[in-house]
Design a protein around this ligand. Structure first.
Ligand SMILES: C[S@@+](CC[C@H](N)C(=O)[O-])C[C@H]1O[C@@H](n2cnc3c(N)ncnc32)[C@H](O)[C@@H]1O
Length: 216
């Protein structure tokens, strides 16, 4: 009963934070800076599958000189992220309620400086690798709007997904760096912001894997 009531409240609660998201974000393709009130030379970072927003809120606060767009398809999940950003009054963080399968409709050529993909669904048990957000067909879509030399930061708990992604990145023309299979005990942990899922896996003693894939 409580869950039902919470779900019915989603539109009202989304409406209260309307300056954080857009009714038709596809109209912003090629115009994100203008739509969000930023100068066109401000770097734009994109997070795909932002979950409840711990990572994007902390990243946007730490990087005020960046326009940060966070995308998430689940309405109740993105609501939590949007409400977090709204409560903290973060001026450089905006949201897309949408599906990465349609991502080419949201961004234009050379529009994005960096992508974050954190703990995306591994689809291992269902054996559906083509649904992984690092599958080559997705990488091709991202290449359509990443600037030359731009990078994708990728973190996961899942060994199969990590190995698969390394191969997909390399075969799709990305150069790998900063690779670690134990992020929290590596030199790269210094600047690391933990996501909700990352903390959950770390609490279970699971090593976190990370790589940066740069578009050649
Ligand atoms: C396992 S959770 C990880 C959430 C967060 N990144 C974290 O690390 O805590 C994956 C998230 O990606 C979202 N997601 C999965 N597929 C997506 C897609 N095609 N487009 C947008 N979001 C997606 C899910 O709804 C979910 O919130």
């Amino acid at each position: 009963m409580g869950r039902m009531r919470a779900k019915r409240n989603i539109p009202i609660r989304m409406e209260r934070c309307h300056e954080r998201w857009f009714d038709d974000p596809m109209l912003n393709k090629g115009h994100w800076h203008e739509a969000c009130g930023f100068a066109s030379d401000v770097p734009m970072w994109l997070e795909i599958g932002c979950g409840k927003g711990k990572f994007c809120t902390e990243m946007a606060l730490e990087n005020p000189g960046v326009l940060y767009i966070a995308m998430e398809k689940e309405p109740s999940v993105i609501l939590a992220a949007i409400e977090k950003a709204h409560a903290l009054e973060i001026p450089n963080l905006f949201f897309i309620k949408g599906d990465a399968n349609l991502i080419e409709n949201y961004f234009d050529k050379d529009e994005v400086d960096h992508i974050f993909i954190n703990f995306c669904d591994p689809w291992t048990r269902q054996n559906k690798p083509k649904r992984r957000l690092t599958y080559r067909a997705f990488l091709d879509k991202y290449k359509g709007f990443l600037k030359t030399g731009a990078s994708i930061s990728f973190k996961t708990d899942n060994d199969d997904l990590f190995d698969f992604s390394l191969k997909e990145f390399e075969e799709s023309g990305f150069e790998l760096s900063g690779l670690t299979r134990d992020l929290h005990n590596s030199e790269y942990d210094k600047d690391n912001i933990r996501t909700e899922f990352e903390q959950h896996f770390a609490d279970q003693g699971i090593n976190i894997k990370k790589v940066i894939a740069k578009l050649k």
